[in-house]
Design a binder for this molecule. Structure first.
Ligand code: KG4
Ligand code: ZN
Length: 340
């Protein structure tokens, strides 16, 4: 079964053709990052306009590269939540128009569920149940994936997402948006023990995260040094910050797995590209004789191939969108229903 998938939740316009949820026949991504970089972050109004310009050529290219026409497509899948509302609406409305004109069934897909599904492409043998750490620019969750479409949140961030914390720390050090990637690279040459940074814990919820205190601590460290005219070693600051974030993420994730008795761990989302996070969890799982899966780096960021993968399993579960499908800025990964 071939699914044409569309993604426009943030600053990437993407389309892909995916067969049976696991085989990517094409994947096209038009990134707007260069333009948003000028402003130090995504400007929602600009994102929507660029999606409107890019959506037709991106979908056409995805069909062309997969060597199929719409006649060879069996269903459409589209990201409908969560994300920037104006950005999501471009993909949702385009997909609804396509569904109306072709008669193809339309499957609405949750963005974070798609990130998890990137693992089904990179790891063909992977099947639920498993415990997943979903870490992106907007979310940090520990999710029990009971089956392909049944999820339970075990832990969540109380404030900033991990990616957001990485980006804000990187920005303070003058790195271009999105700084998480650059910070990760610079950190490879630094000493993770050069600076002691806090490890915030949430007392009444042992699996929850809190990154805003850690982010403030590194910003204060940099500002205090600047005021005194001191030059801190940038690689050491990056390495110490990265170590602290990864330590918080992995400590809670491993503890949740131990407490739940789950021995199959998976990571997903933009931050799952982080080199230290990948190494740390691979080692921890190897030591415990647990299974560990991660998406290939090219599938960690936003793309439509992962939407096609999750869309396939949502389709099999009977999920369909009507002509009244809307987009939602906020939506729980558990319910897959609008919060408001
Ligand atoms: O999942 P994603 O592409 O978009 C959202 O759904 O939010 O995640 C983007 C986030 C950004 O904050 C970016 O800085 C972060 O993922 N990121 C990284 C790395 N690569 C991307 N953070 C740390 N280390 C990386 N290697
Ligand atoms: Zn994402």
């Amino acid at each position: 079964m071939k699914i044409l998938a569309i993604e426009s939740s943030c600053d990437e316009t993407a389309a892909a053709v995916v067969e049976d949820g696991r085989t990517v026949l094409s994947s096209v991504i038009a990134s707007q990052v260069e333009e948003h970089r000028l402003y130090g972050g995504v400007v929602p109004e600009i994102a929507s306009r660029r999606h409107a310009e890019a959506i037709v050529p991106v979908v056409s290219q995805a069909l062309e590269q997969a060597h199929v026409t719409l006649d060879g497509i069996d269903a459409l899948a589209v990201t409908y939540a969560p994300g920037l509302i104006g950005a999501l609406l471009v993909g949702v409305n385009f997909a609804k128009g396509l569904s109306l004109s072709t008669g193809l069934p339309l499957v609405p897909v949750h963005h974070l569920r798609s990130h998890i599904a990137s693992n089904y492409i990179s790891n063909q043998e992977l099947k639920p149940p498993f415990l997943c750490l979903v870490v992106s620019g907007g979310h940090s969750h520990i999710v029990m994936v009971e089956d392909y479409t049944t999820m339970k949140i075990i832990g969540r961030t109380r404030d900033d997402a991990a990616g957001e914390a990485f980006d804000k720390a990187a920005r303070t050090m003058g790195m271009p948006y999105p700084g998480g990637i650059a910070l990760d690279k610079v950190a490879e040459d630094g000493n993770p023990h050069a600076f002691t940074l806090p490890r915030p814990v949430v007392h009444d919820a042992p699996y929850d995260f809190s990154f805003s205190g850690l982010k403030t601590a590194v910003i204060n460290l940099l500002h205090n040094a600047a005021q005194k005219g001191e030059e801190l070693n940038k690689a050491d600051v990056c390495a110490s910050f990265r170590y602290a974030v990864v330590n918080c993420l992995t400590t809670n994730f491993i503890k949740a797995a131990e407490d739940l008795g789950v021995q199959k761990l998976v990571i997903a989302g933009g931050v799952s590209a982080n080199a230290l996070l990948r190494r740390t969890l691979a080692d921890a799982c190897q030591q415990r004789d647990w299974q560990f899966y991660m998406p290939e780096k090219s599938l960690c960021g936003d793309n439509a191939a992962m939407v096609g993968a999750q869309g396939y399993y949502e389709f099999l579960s009977g999920r369909r969108a009507g002509a009244d499908l809307n987009a939602y800025a906020t939506m729980s990964i558990e319910e897959n229903e609008p919060l408001f």
